[in-house]
Design a protein around this ligand. Structure first.
Ligand SMILES: O=C(O)c1ccccc1NCC(=O)[C@H](O)[C@H](O)COP(=O)(O)O
Length: 242
């Protein structure tokens, strides 16, 4: 039986507001109001997942931890938490929200021993975000280079990492379509499931990502396209189901 692409509508939180950035750059925010209202709207529309990002924690400009916990607690659906989860304290706080899994980014680049340890402890509750420009990874809210994509992927595979969230930063928040070549290359380099992130602009983009499910693309994060009303979540779910 062929699998259906999972859709993860995104709620990125900055200074208490749901926002979208362009290329993940601080200062490019467009605000979309209450994160809780946005998350509840995606849930009502039929989402099975929410991708919830604390951008302040990612950028080191504070955090929205209480709000992120409040939103997660209000959800009946699965929640993937991202942004600033880099040590025992931030991981414990993230897992204590009851989220389904967390997404580690910077830590995988800067504290690989710690990441190997928490992968061993928490299994598929841990995903690693591979956020790239070209094939160079970026950490600290995507502001600093952090090594080669494929070397890091091989290391994380050997440590038992369960899944990867792959973002082409050049595409993120731009509505220019996902980087299908990058996704195919990552899927060819690992047998772990891949969640695609960044750039989805149309139902055709989602159909193109669905075509990569047999190669290992498990899901797609959708942000700007939903907020810009390029399509509705209901239409997106129907597109990937057909
Ligand atoms: O996920 C992070 O930790 C993060 C850190 C710094 C900047 C952005 C970050 N995430 C952004 C997202 O996960 C977006 O919601 C996602 O890529 C959706 O992109 P798009 O559909 O292009 O709006």
């Amino acid at each position: 039986m062929s699998r259906t692409l999972e859709l993860l509508p995104a709620v990125d939180v900055r200074d208490g507001q749901a926002v979208r950035l362009v290329h993940g750059e601080s200062g490019t925010e467009t605000s979309y109001g209450s994160p809780l209202e946005a998350a509840l709207a995606w849930q009502r529309a039929g989402a099975e997942w929410l991708h919830l990002v604390d951008l302040d924690a990612a950028f080191g400009t504070g955090d929205n931890r209480a709000l992120v916990a409040e939103v997660t607690a209000a959800m009946d659906i699965k929640v993937e938490l991202s942004g600033g989860i880099r040590d025992d304290a931030t991981l414990a706080a993230a897992l204590a929200t009851g989220c389904t899994r967390v997404n580690l980014g910077t830590a995988a680049l800067e504290t690989p021993e710690w990441v190997a340890k928490v992968i061993a402890e928490h299994g598929d509750k841990i995903a690693v975000g591979l956020d790239v420009r070209g094939t160079t990874l970026r950490g600290r809210g995507w502001t600093r280079d952090g090594g080669d994509l494929y070397e890091t992927l091989a290391r994380l595979d050997s440590e038992g990492c369960a899944r990867y969230v792959v973002t082409d930063i050049a595409k993120d928040g731009t509505l220019q379509g996902p980087n299908l070549e990058l996704l195919k290359n990552v899927c060819a380099a690992t047998d772990r499931p891949v969640v695609a992130s960044g750039g989805v602009s149309s139902l055709d983009d989602l159909r193109a990502l669905s075509a990569l499910v047999p190669q290992g693309v498990e899901g797609a994060i959708v942000g700007k396209a939903l907020y810009a009303k390029a399509f509705t979540l209901e239409e997106a779910l129907a597109a990937v189901a057909s």
